[in-house]
Design a protein around this ligand. Structure first.
Ligand SMILES: C[S@@+](CC[C@H](N)C(=O)[O-])C[C@H]1O[C@@H](n2cnc3c(N)ncnc32)[C@H](O)[C@@H]1O
Length: 204
């Protein structure tokens, strides 16, 4: 009975994902599966759990790595403080063009790898970040680049700042614990395809 209910929920999520304006995400992701890491955008359950810990009243600079077609970006903008800034990093040309169409003066869209976070902050006149939200497919990115991304993300955060990342496996759990000196808590969202782990990492 319980399994049947869960299966039904997954079917609903698949149908919604595939047929409600998600065909373009599917097409683009299939073209570059290695860098996209999935063919289906995050479910609203995953997005909501991923962003749950953000204090939008206080946050003035948030960064997103790997926005894809902007599912998480739109939720971030819905809650973002009027005086805050959101900088998003996307390397895929087609997703980048889609993201440029979001009209919001608090949003800065950059076609740069997440590895360049420090340079981009400097260029745009910012210093440290309150939150970094990442849906990068860490396991598909070459290890040295992932190491640079995590190291630079850590350096860019304010003290007490957070790095939030979802992944479909626990592969990067220990690496994140090393970067964040053990300050990593683990969450799980079953209502996503595939189900996902959420790492919430805090800089000391
Ligand atoms: C799993 S998709 C996430 C899409 C969306 N945020 C979501 O959760 O539905 C990962 C995205 O990361 C982007 N990406 C991969 N490597 C990147 C990098 N080094 N810097 C910035 N974006 C990257 C891909 O192009 C893709 O859009």
């Amino acid at each position: 009975m319980r399994n049947g209910f869960i299966l039904l929920l997954f079917e609903i999520i698949i149908i919604k994902s595939l047929f409600l304006n998600k065909i373009s995400f599917l097409k683009e992701s299939l073209k570059s599966l290695k860098t996209s890491g999935t063919i289906i955008p995050s479910s609203r359950y995953l997005v909501s759990k991923l962003l749950k810990g953000i204090n939008f009243k206080l946050a003035r600079l948030i960064i997103e790595f790997g926005p894809g077609d902007g599912k998480i970006t739109k939720d971030l903008l819905k809650n973002l403080h009027p005086d805050a800034t959101l900088i998003i990093f996307e390397i895929n040309d087609s997703f980048y063009d889609t993201l440029l169409k979001i009209e919001d003066k608090r949003l800065i869209v950059v076609k740069e790898s997440a590895a360049s976070v420090e340079d981009v902050l400097k260029t745009n006149g910012f210093d440290k970040v309150d939150y970094i939200v990442s849906s990068l497919p860490l396991t598909n990115i070459p290890k040295p680049i992932t190491a640079t991304i995590l190291e630079n993300a850590y350096k860019s955060l304010k003290t007490q700042g957070y790095f939030m990342q979802y992944q479909y496996s626990l592969t990067y759990y220990s690496a994140l614990k090393v970067v964040f000196n053990g300050n990593v808590s683990l969450g799980f969202e079953p209502l996503n395809i595939p189900p996902a782990f959420i790492y919430t990492c805090q800089k000391e």
